[in-house]
Design a protein around this ligand. Structure first.
Ligand code: KIV
Ligand code: ZN
Length: 513
C-alpha cells in the first residue's frame, strides 16, 4: 500500500479561523493528542506572528517526539530566524515557507513581478536550508496560478533545497478533476519532482476539500494537509477524520495507508471541539453525533437483522465505545485513576486528587457519571495549570419568575484581590448575569454569540456554555462547563475576559524581561 502522510494544521490554519483562540497549554494538549493520533507532521503555529504563537510552537517542538513539528513562515529572513529559534529543539526541524504565485496575489497583494517572486522564493528556501534539514515551500493560491509559472518556480525552489512542495487551493475554488490534473501535470513536468514530497492543501469553500485532497493523492500527492473537524479559514480545511476514514474504509479502491491510529479519532475530535468551542454539526461525517444514529424504522429493522445493511463504518473503529459504567458514587480512587489512564490521560497525583474531589461532588448531584462527564473532568485537570484566573466567580444567584424582572447577584474576586458582590436586572436570567458581570469587570462588553449545549445525554447532563464577546473592542471567546447552565454561562463569560487579561499579563512580563 502507498503511504500518504497526514500533515495536520489544526493549530495553524485551524486556529487562524474566526473566533478561535487557544492558549499555550491548550495547544500543547492538542499537539500531544495529534501525536497519539499518528499524524506525520504537526503544524504548530506561525512563530513570527506573535509571542504567544512562538511560545506554543517552541513548547510543542520540544515536547513532541513521534511527529515532525513545523511552523509557518513568510518568505523573509526575519520569519525564518524566529522560526528556527522556535523549532530548533525539535526531533527533525521542519519549516513551512510560503509565497503567493497567482497573478492576482502577485500583482495586488505582493506588488511584485513574477521574476521578483521567483527570486524571493529561492532566496528564502536557500536561507531556510542553512538551518532546517526539512524545508516545505508552499505556492499560496497555487490552484489559480499559471501552471507554467508553477513549474518554473518549483524547479527553482527544489534546486534551492526544498524537500516538500505544497500546492494549496487557498480559496477553495478547485474541482476534484482539475486539482487532480494539476498534480498530474506537475508530476510530469517538474524537474526533480521524484526527490520531493508533493503536498495537497485544500479549503472547503465549495464543499470539495476532502474530494480534492483525495483527487490529489490519486494523481501523485504524497501528503495531505488537513485539520481535525475540518476547522480553518472561512469554510475550513479538509477534514482529517474524513480523509483517514475514507482511505481506510475504501482501501480496496485506494490501496493507500495514512498511518492514522483511527481509534484516536473520536477523542481528537472531542478535544478540539471542546477547546476551540467550535461545535461539530450533528450530521458531520465520521464524528457528528448522528453519524452512527439510525432513525427510520426501515433502517432500524435492517440494523437489527444485520448491521451491515446500513452501516459502513462502526463507531468502534474511531474509538467511540459505549464503555460500561464502572464509576459511581461509591467508586474508589484506584478505579478512578485506572479509568483516567484507560481514557488516555496522564495526570499528576495532585491533578488526579482534584479530579477525584470534583467527581465525588458531581456524583452527589448526578445519577450517572458518563464517559463524557469524565472526559470533561479529566481534560479540565489536564489544563489546570493554565494561568490562574484574574476574575474568579464565587457565587451566582438568579431570581426569576415569568412575571418578575430577572435579577442576578454575582460575587467574584477582582484583580486587586478584593471580593465584590453586585446585583442587577436584565430582560432574562442570562442577560441579568451578563449585566452583573459587566459591573464586576467595569469594561464595555458586547455579546456577539452565546451557545449552551448539553454534554452527553439525560436531563441531569452537564451544560457547556460558549460566549463570544467583544471586550473594549477586542473579540474574545470563552467557555466553561457546569451542572447548571447559568453557572456555566457566567463562568464562560469570565473565561473570555480572563484569557485576554492573562495574555496581556504575559506580554507585559515578556517586555519587563
Ligand atoms: O491556504 C493556504 O494557502 C495556506 C498556506 C499558508 C499554505 O494556508
Ligand atoms: Zn490554508
Amino acid at each position: 500500500m502507498r503511504r500518504i502522510d497526514i500533515f495536520d494544521t489544526t493549530l495553524r490554519d485551524g486556529e487562524q479561523s474566526a473566533g478561535i483562540n487557544l492558549n499555550t497549554v491548550e495547544k500543547l494538549e492538542i499537539a500531544r493528542q495529534l501525536e497519539k493520533l499518528g499524524v506525520a507532521v504537526i503544524e504548530a503555529g506561525f512563530p513570527a506572528s506573535s509571542p504567544g504563537d512562538f511560545e506554543a510552537v517552541q513548547r510543542i517542538a520540544n515536547t513532541v517526539k513521534n511527529s515532525t513539528v513545523t511552523g509557518l513562515a513568510r518568505a523573509m529572513k526575519k520569519d525564518i530566524d524566529i522560526s528556527w529559534e522556535a523549532l530548533r529543539g525539535g526531533e527533525q526541524p521542519h519549516i513551512h515557507v510560503f509565497l503567493a504565485t497567482s497573478p492576482i496575489h502577485m500583482e495586488y497583494k505582493l506588488k511584485k513581478t513574477p521574476d521578483e517572486v521567483v527570486d524571493i522564493a529561492v532566496d528564502a528556501v536557500k536561507y531556510a536550508k542553512q538551518f532546517f534539514p526539512l524545508v516545505q515551500w508552499s505556492a499560496e493560491d497555487a490552484f489559480r496560478s499559471e501552471p507554467e509559472f508553477l513549474v518554473r518556480i518549483i524547479n527553482k525552489v527544489i534546486a534551492a533545497g526544498a524537500t516538500t512542495i505544497n500546492i494549496p487551493d487557498t480559496v477553495g475554488y478547485a474541482t476534484p478533476q482539475e486539482y487532480g490534473a494539476l498534480f498530474k501535470y506537475l508530476k510530469e513536468n517538474v524537474t526533480g519532482v521524484e526527490k520531493v514530497k508533493l503536498s495537497a492543501h485544500c479549503h472547503d469553500d465549495l464543499g470539495m476539500a476532502v474530494a480534492n485532497s483525495i483527487a490529489a493523492v490519486e494523481n501523485g500527492a504524497d501528503q495531505v494537509e488537513c485539520t481535525i473537524n475540518g476547522i480553518g479559514e472561512r469554510a475550513g480545511n479538509a477534514s482529517l477524520e474524513e480523509i483517514a476514514v475514507a482511505m481506510h474504509i475504501r482501501k480496496d479502491f485506494y490501496n493507500m495507508d495514512t498511518g492514522i491510529n483511527l481509534q484516536e479519532i473520536k477523542r481528537s475530535s472531542q478535544l478540539v471541539s471542546r477547546l476551540t468551542g467550535v461545535v461539530i454539526q450533528p450530521n458531520k461525517a465520521v464524528v457528528g453525533k448522528n453519524a452512527f444514529a439510525h432513525e427510520s424504522g426501515i433502517h432500524q429493522d435492517g440494523m437489527l437483522k444485520n448491521r451491515q445493511t446500513y452501516e459502513i463504518i462502526t463507531p468502534e473503529l474511531i474509538g467511540e465505545t459505549d464503555m460500561p459504567l464502572a464509576l459511581g458514587k461509591h467508586s474508589g480512587r484506584h478505579a478512578f485513576k485506572d479509568r483516567a489512564v484507560s481514557m488516555g490521560f496522564e495526570l499528576s497525583d495532585k491533578q488526579l486528587n482534584e479530579a477525584f474531589d470534583d467527581f465525588k461532588k458531581l456524583a452527589d448531584r448526578k445519577k450517572e457519571i458518563t464517559e463524557d462527564d469524565l472526559f470533561v473532568l479529566f481534560t479540565g485537570q489536564q489544563l489546570s495549570d493554565t494561568d490562574t484566573p484574574i476574575y474568579e466567580l464565587h457565587n451566582v444567584q438568579v431570581q426569576y419568575g415569568t412575571s418578575n424582572i430577572p435579577t442576578a447577584t454575582v460575587t467574584a474576586t477582582v484583580p486587586s484581590g478584593e471580593t465584590v458582590t453586585v446585583a442587577t436586572t436584565g430582560s432574562g436570567s442570562v442577560e441579568s448575569i451578563f449585566n452583573a458581570l459587566e459591573l464586576v469587570i467595569k469594561g464595555e462588553v458586547l455579546i456577539l454569540d452565546y451557545r449552551v449545549t448539553s454534554i452527553g445525554k439525560g436531563r441531569d447532563a452537564l451544560g457547556e456554555a460558549v460566549v463570544n464577546l467583544s471586550y473594549n473592542g477586542l473579540e474574545l471567546k470563552g467557555r466553561d462547563v457546569a451542572q447548571d447552565v447559568l453557572e456555566a454561562s457566567a463562568k464562560a463569560y469570565l473565561n473570555a475576559i480572563n484569557r485576554q487579561l492573562v495574555r496581556e499579563r504575559l506580554r507585559t512580563q515578556e517586555l519587563i524581561k
